[in-house]
Ligand binder design. Structure first.
Ligand code: KIV
Length: 293
């Protein structure tokens, strides 16, 4: 199965590396279904991640821990069916890469068989064994350092990481270790900008930041965050480029009012009965009295 279309081949891993070398910043967002994937692709986004953030963004969980492989596969398949031009990645959910190498390979390989080009997984030095096994099986891996949401309880909440000297040095070392293990890219979430900049200049692979300042090779924001689709306050690192929640609520409210007032549907949204059928419909009489709606 090829995802190439004649005019616009799908972004690949070599291009991402080349963009880092050229200093062309990489743009990444999440998508969880065909609609979000098509919007992201139409906007020319470089990387689409089917993130485990689907848990809190779409499925109503408080965090990403309850997200399973079955849920991820369901959402990845929907995105892959749109055959995006963007580089397509699947996010390894909690416990999908912790239990055994065999389990990890089966889960990650399943993403590739469903159309992903790479997987992302959270964690540094502790995950090197699994990362090496994945890379050995031709599965490209993006590492994820800093604020790793699957460690929410261990971190004591969603907190910026790498602020202390020892933690900052550990993060630099983890980034080196991920690169040596074969990661093609490293995502940094919720880390001080200076630290992310230092990682970016000390590794050869592209870095992607979210709450990691401007000096990464690229940036990622969650689709629903950047389109303002979620109610309530958002994290400091989010910039909203639309007021999706307010605008869509207003649209639904306007439609409700039109339905209640009888303004919707109008002639434009209705089908006309052909002239030939009009007389038959008008002349027809119910045999059993008025029907019940
Ligand atoms: O699941 C997710 O959305 C992520 C973000 C860092 C983009 O991992």
């Amino acid at each position: 199965m090829s995802h190439d279309s004649p005019g616009s081949p799908q972004v690949n891993l070599l291009q991402l590396q080349q963009w880092k070398t050229e200093g062309r910043r990489i743009v990444m967002t999440t998508a969880y279904d065909a609609v979000s994937a098509r919007i992201a692709d139409a906007a020319g986004i470089d990387i689409i991640l089917v993130g485990d953030s689907v848990g809190n963004v779409c499925l109503g969980f408080d965090n990403t821990l309850p997200v399973s492989m079955a849920m991820m596969n369901h959402h990845l398949e929907a995105v892959a069916r749109t055959r995006p031009r963007a580089f397509l990645m699947g996010d390894m959910p909690y416990l999908s890469f912790h239990l055994s190498v065999e389990d990890t390979l089966r889960n990650a390989g399943g993403f590739l068989q469903r159309g992903a080009q790479a997987v992302k997984l959270e964690g540094g030095a502790k995950r090197l064994g699994m990362i090496r096994a994945l890379v050995d099986c031709e599965i490209p891996v993006m590492g994820h350092l800093g604020l790793t949401p699957q460690s929410v309880h261990k971190m004591g909440g969603f907190k910026v990481q790498g602020r202390g000297a020892a933690d900052a040095v550990q993060l630099l070392e983890d980034a080196q270790a991920l690169q040596e293990a074969g990661c093609f890219s490293i995502l940094m979430e919720g880390v001080p900008a200076d630290l992310a900049a230092r990682v970016t200049e000390t590794v050869q692979v592209p870095t992607i930041g979210i709450g990691a300042g401007p000096n990464c090779s690229g940036q990622v924001l969650v689709f629903h965050d950047l389109l303002g689709l979620l109610p309530g306050p958002s994290a400091k690192f989010v910039r909203k480029y639309a007021n999706g929640f307010e605008d869509q609520t207003a649209a639904l409210r306007a439609w409700s009012e039109d339905v209640r007032s009888g303004a919707f549907p109008g002639a434009a949204e209705s089908y006309a009965l052909p002239e030939a059928a009009k007389a038959s419909v008008a002349d027809w009489k119910p045999s059993r009295g008025p029907g019940v709606h």
